[in-house]
Write a protein that binds this ligand. Structure first.
Ligand SMILES: Cc1cc2nc3c(=O)[nH]c(=O)nc-3n(C[C@H](O)[C@H](O)[C@H](O)COP(=O)(O)OP(=O)(O)OC[C@H]3O[C@@H](n4cnc5c(N)ncnc54)[C@H](O)[C@@H]3O)c2cc1C
Length: 381
């Protein structure tokens, strides 16, 4: 058993906690970054070769957040000495005349983000990787891209450590308690860590981490989702050099995917379709419904891709009812900040969320308006 003290302790070293720790360490704060495993690992939400980064959102709130995130992706890539993201262009497929089409175009226009609207023939000519029917259109946004997931988690952790943070892996936190104006954290092995402030970034375990501290406060649902890689057949280039990321709003729950990055084949997923995980410690629940749907999608939309998957990956979403994030201090406990509810779309914002969390944990008011991400929205009627 050991006792340690930090200015800020970050619980959870997925992309969000690691980004917060790297930002705090860069600002000279004494940080401890804890994880029950040794990230990147495959049990949480941040693993794999890629994630979509984009401005194209139906909600202008996230277009604005992306405007803050993009320059930080560049800055962190420079600090890391390697690119953590790459621009591929973004291909958002929408039913002609739909509300999602109007919403994305309006949100992009609000912030003067350039885009093109392509009809099906134009898209099929320009992007032969996809087959689009006449009742669909494509919003092409040239700044869309992919972030390199595992590489980013490693980079944030490495840079945090380089700037003085202590990385403590394989240490499971079992209790978090206010200690006067500070915080006291205990591990399953009896270690006690105290800090002036704490950031809880526990991914799908966050509900468990808050169970004594703030019981029932956040209406979070942990969802296990599956994505699959499908091999390319033929000569059409499906690498990130030629193919944009894609999001397809033609079904009630969108499908999405990435061009080929490191893992052979292109990754395809079905947003928000999954199995509720009552116990985040369960490794995998068998899900018979996702793969047949992904295969049908591949047959319908990706003419040069085999519907026989080469790899299936399980991952987790931590959902809020409104799919907006939670970035706030706990009511009455300004020393404890919670970062959760990323609802399957948080990775692209990790650098800016890291900065927001670093502000909150240092008693500073974030430059960006985070009122939409407050806990109060669940507590006021
Ligand atoms: C299939 C899939 C596709 C996605 N695609 C995109 C995309 O294209 N674009 C995008 O922007 N986002 C995407 N997302 C969402 C994005 O990946 C997540 O929002 C993000 O990774 C969440 O990171 P996190 O740090 O909150 O959680 P995690 O990565 O799960 O990290 C939480 C960490 O906390 C640790 N922890 C938990 N409890 C304890 C404890 N008691 N003690 C110690 N450590 C603990 C865990 O071990 C874990 O490492 C996708 C998610 C999935 C699953």
């Amino acid at each position: 058993m050991k006792t340690e003290h930090y200015e800020t302790i970050v619980i959870g070293s997925g992309v969000i906690g690691a980004a917060a720790a790297a930002t705090l360490a860069q600002r000279g704060r004494r940080v401890g970054l804890l994880d029950q495993f040794a990230p990147p690992h495959i049990r949480g939400s941040s693993h794999g070769d890629g994630r979509i980064i984009r401005y194209a959102y139906p909600d202008a709130l996230y277009v604005d957040l992306a405007r803050h995130a993009y320059p930080l992706w560049q800055a962190w890539s420079e600090r890391a000495g390697e690119p953590l993201y790459e621009i591929t262009g973004g291909w958002d497929c929408v039913p002609v005349g739909s509300s999602v089409m109007a919403d994305i175009e309006r949100a992009l226009t609000t912030y003067a983000i350039p885009y093109e609207r392509l009809n099906s023939a134009e898209s099929n000519r320009r992007f032969p990787q996809f087959h689009v029917d006449d009742d669909l259109a494509v919003i092409y946004q040239p700044d869309g891209g992919v972030a390199f997931a595992d590489k980013t988690v490693r980079a944030f952790r490495r840079l945090a450590q380089r700037d003085g943070a202590t990385l403590i892996d394989n240490l499971r936190v079992v209790s978090i308690e206010p200690d006067g104006v500070g915080v006291r954290v205990a591990s399953a092995t009896g270690d006690v860590i105290s800090a002036e402030t704490a950031i809880i970034a526990g991914g799908s375990w966050t509900g468990h981490l808050l169970v004594h501290l703030a019981p029932g406060l956040l209406p979070l649902v942990s969802l296990q989702v599956q994505v699959a890689h499908f091999p390319v057949q033929g000569n059409v280039d499906h690498t990130k050099n030629a193919m944009p990321y894609f999001i397809d709003y033609s079904t009630p729950l969108p499908h999405y995917g990435l061009p080929q990055i490191d893992v052979p084949g292109i990754k395809v997923g079905w947003h928000m379709h999954g199995v509720v995980l009552d116990d985040p410690d369960i490794e995998t629940i068998v899900d018979d419904t996702t793969l047949p749907d992904l295969q049908a999608y591949v047959r319908r939309r990706l003419p040069h891709v085999s519907p026989e998957p080469s790899k299936i990956i399980t991952c987790r979403y931590m959902m809020t009812p409104d799919e907006h994030f939670v970035l706030d201090t706990l009511p009455g406990l300004p020393q404890i900040t919670v970062a959760t509810g990323f609802s399957g779309h948080g990775f692209k914002f990790a650098p800016v969320i890291g900065a927001i969390l670093a502000d909150l944990a240092s008693g500073l008011r974030p430059e960006i308006d985070i009122s939409e991400f407050g806990i109060g929205r669940f507590t006021t009627t």
